[in-house]
Design a protein around this ligand. Structure first.
Ligand code: NAP
Length: 271
């Protein structure tokens, strides 16, 4: 099977399949991170496939029986490509997406439908607590990832703190400080960070999951607003699960059907 990775769920699924036994897993990464966390037990391939046609070609040439798309909820191009290639080749595709975050009492979230709709909102944002002070420029904590920083390059008023796994390249906002770090993060650390940089507003994608959720708890405790970017919908027409267990179950059921069909066509009886 081909496991499109890049998330903690993908790694956990790879480990679960190794434990279950009987699966030959190819773990695929885009190659964005210099030292990726990869599961120890599978073959790893790195780099794009060359769009849906390239992926379809790989599915055929590698004789892949099933694809699990366990990429990040915002990796929309890869997900669309997997859906197109699966439809073209008839290879079963399962989408594994962790649930998004849900606001709790005390949260002040403003949802936006996509990243590009964010820039105008941030440019106009007036910090509630410092709006009448001498410097009304918002201090914005961006946790949307380095590849999205170019979107804010034209904004001269806000001051940005961006946290990324790898150093950003390309166009960047003029008033920017970057910290390099990768989760998991805890509430005490996130609260201290928001305080140290006197952050007025937190900007995040609705990635979901526990690894990076502490910033939301910290923002709630400090009474800070959060601008939450909605995730794109998963590709239509394919099963979607939100956890490892149903994904393992789906793959096991598929393998059972396949083995039964192979046994029936050869006339063999297997245990
Ligand atoms: P994307 O925009 O959907 O993908 C862009 C291109 O990168 C895809 O068309 C594909 O190239 C290649 N690609 C992406 N994921 C791949 C994979 N697992 N294996 C092989 N090729 C892959 O996605 P992205 O936002 O660049 O994210 C890239 C990777 O980083 C994903 O695996 C994702 O899980 C992870 N990630 C993304 C985010 C995020 O916020 N977007 C955050 C954390 C981690 P071809 O068209 O040439 O096949």
């Amino acid at each position: 099977m081909l496991l499109l990775g890049g998330t903690g769920e993908a790694r956990r699924l790879a480990l679960a399949l190794t434990e279950a036994g009987g699966f030959d897993v190819v773990y695929s990464l885009a190659g964005r991170v210099r030292e990726p966390r990869v599961p120890p037990s599978c073959r790893v391939r790195i780099g794009g496939f060359g769009g849906p046609a390239g992926l379809a070609e790989q599915l055929r040439s590698e004789r892949i029986d099933a694809v699990v798309d366990a990429t990040h909820p915002f990796a929309a191009r890869m997900s669309a490509s997997a859906a197109t290639a699966a439809a073209a080749t008839g290879v079963p595709l399962l989408v594994l997406r962790r649930p998004g975050w849900t606001a709790q009492p005390g949260d002040d979230w403003r949802r936006v439908p996509s990243l590009p709709t964010l820039t105008d909102l941030i440019d106009r944002f007036v910090p509630p607590r410092r709006g009448t002070a001498a410097d009304p420029c918002p201090r914005v904590f961006l946790t949307t990832g380095r590849s999205d920083l170019a979107l804010f390059a034209g904004l001269h008023r806000p001051w940005f703190l961006a946290r990324c796994v790898e150093a950003p390249t390309g166009a960047l906002p003029p008033r920017l400080e970057v910290i390099l770090d990768r989760g998991p993060f805890d509430v005490a650390g996130e609260t201290a960070l928001l305080r140290r940089y006197a952050i007025d507003v937190l900007v995040t994608k609705d990635s979901g999951g526990a690894m990076t959720a502490a910033k939301l708890t910290a923002a709630r405790a400090l009474g800070l607003p959060v601008i939450m970017v909605d995730r794109p919908p998963p590709p239509a027409g394919f099963p979607v699960v939100s956890d490892i267990a149903p994904a393992t179950h789906w793959l096991t059921a598929l393998a059972t059907c396949r083995n039964a069909a192979a046994g029936a066509s050869s006339g063999a009886v297997t245990a």
